[in-house]
Write a protein that binds this ligand. Structure first.
Ligand code: UDX
Length: 434
């Protein structure tokens, strides 16, 4: 089947590459000529394990192509919209400019029947708006609109796309349903459940999933704070509650606050949608407020670990990205925590395996080091901010020798308190007092 994907960002590029891996003929279209030029040359604009090989293999087999021309949607039975939906300045709503403009362009170029599929995370009602825009721009167009939200995680994107827990498709059109079924046929062979719904329902499923997960993380972060006060262990609490099938053990790991391109933005957008609809989601509002406050509170923890005398101290920070296996710095906890530390007179020496180029754009005045031990050498304390695997097996004797004082603040709980104390560190972590 011929498919077009508009927008070659994270979701667009991964979806395009994976759909071509299913055997479909996929044209990825993006108006950024530089990006398309680079993609044609095999250069992948994001760090995502396995993506480069996947793109090379399918482009080599001529199943995957890149173009700036909307006319290249010709012959496609499905056209996916996977453009950005950033938070709109001022009001927290998702900015639909790119989605609406993609809909107009598609309408202008549409010749035969196609199903127009929103893949970007879009507020409830967007599918209907796309339908309206296409009809107004091209009254003769034959099409259906579908919502097919994507649940992939950065760093595990290909696996998540290829082996999803479920596929959600919201559409009213029977023809559209059949085309979508054809597209995802390879997944049904591995028994992936497919959930067919109305347009609006599919749109709300995506936001509800992200908001629920954000709430789950925030729940464990609050419980983690309580654990510290009452002498409990947050990991044992998470395991003890997570084994209840109704709760589930995933997304119960305490952290300095969730970040990334989805959870903060999507919870903000859902809060606005719910307020506008006169049905506010107070749980999600509290989630977002707590998460923002948590990042600032983490800076205070680091100051406390320094004995409350931060001025003139140097802190080595390992990990800058919002999570491991990505170079993405969007809404990373580091972006709030580190400037707050600098304001307290602390100098930051930072290392991240993949994120330093991106980090430099947001925090140009940190002292970046290519080697973690170089960052630690002579620092007054060490802080782990992102749980990259390479930080899980640090040479602790070396770390202790290099640090001026053995202060070790582990905001991702990748070490064990008893072992760290036995090794002579003043070790602090989240939700564990032992
Ligand atoms: C998320 C959703 O998981 C995905 O389904 C959706 O499509 C897009 O948003 P992603 O942003 O790539 O994916 O990252 P994810 O792995 O979900 O982590 C998000 C944030 O939550 C990270 O900052 C991570 O550190 C934090 N997190 C995650 C926790 O703090 N604790 C956890 O237990 C899990």
């Amino acid at each position: 089947m011929k498919i077009a994907v508009i927008g070659s960002g994270y979701v667009g590029l991964v979806s395009g590459a994976c759909l071509s891996e299913f055997g479909h003929q996929v044209a990825c279209i993006d108006m950024d000529a530089g990006k398309i030029q680079r993609l044609k040359a095999g250069a992948i604009p994001i760090y995502e394990p396995g993506l480069e090989d996947l793109v090379a293999r399918n482009a080599g087999a001529k199943r995957l192509s890149f173009s700036t021309e909307i006319a290249d949607i010709a012959g496609a039975q499905a056209i996916f919209i996977a453009v950005g939906t950033p938070t709109r300045r001022g009001d927290g709503h998702a900015d639909m400019t790119y989605v609406h403009s993609a809909a107009k362009q598609i309408a202008g170029a549409l010749k035969d029947y196609a199903v127009i599929v929103t893949k970007s995370t879009v507020p409830v009602g967007t599918g209907r708006a796309v339908e309206r825009i296409v009809r107004e721009t091209n009254p003769k167009a034959q099409f259906d609109v579908a919502s097919n939200p994507e649940f992939l995680r950065e760093g595990a994107a290909i696996n998540d796309f290829m082996r999803p827990d479920r596929v959600v498709i919201g559409t009213d059109g029977e023809r559209a349903k059949e085309i979508m079924r054809q597209i995802y046929r390879p997944l049904f062979l591995i028994d992936t459940p497919i959930v067919f719904t109305k347009l609006e329902t599919a749109e709300l499923i995506k936001y509800s999933a992200n908001a629920f997960l954000a709430m789950k993380i925030t729940f464990i972060n609050q419980v983690s704070d309580l654990c510290e006060k009452v002498g409990a262990d947050v990991h044992d609490v998470a395991r003890g509650i997570g084994l209840d099938g109704r709760i589930g053990g995933k997304f119960l790991h305490p952290s300095p606050g969730f970040g990334g391109s989805c959870f903060p933005k999507d919870t903000r957008a859902l809060i606005q949608t719910a307020r506008d609809a006169g049905s506010p989601l107070s749980l999600i509002e509290a989630t977002l407020d707590f998460n923002e406050a948590r990042k600032t509170q983490m800076a205070e923890r680091i100051v406390a670990a320094l004995g409350g005398k931060p001025e003139g101290k140097t802190v080595a920070v390992l990990g800058l990205t919002f999570k491991p296996n990505t170079d993405d710095m969007r809404e990373a906890a580091s972006v709030t925590i580190l400037p707050a530390l600098q304001k307290r007179g602390i100098k930051i020496r930072a290392h991240d395996p993949e994120g330093m180029e991106e980090a430099k754009k947001q925090m140009p005045d940190l002292d970046y080091r290519d080697d973690p031990y170089d960052a630690i050498d002579g620092a007054d304390a060490l802080v782990i901010l992102t749980e990259w695997n390479s930080y899980r097996s640090l040479d602790l004797d070396r770390v202790k020798t290099l640090l001026k004082a053995p202060i070790f603040v582990d905001l991702r709980n990748i070490y064990r308190p008893a072992e760290m104390q036995a090794a002579g560190f003043q070790y602090s972590s989240l939700g564990r007092t032992a």
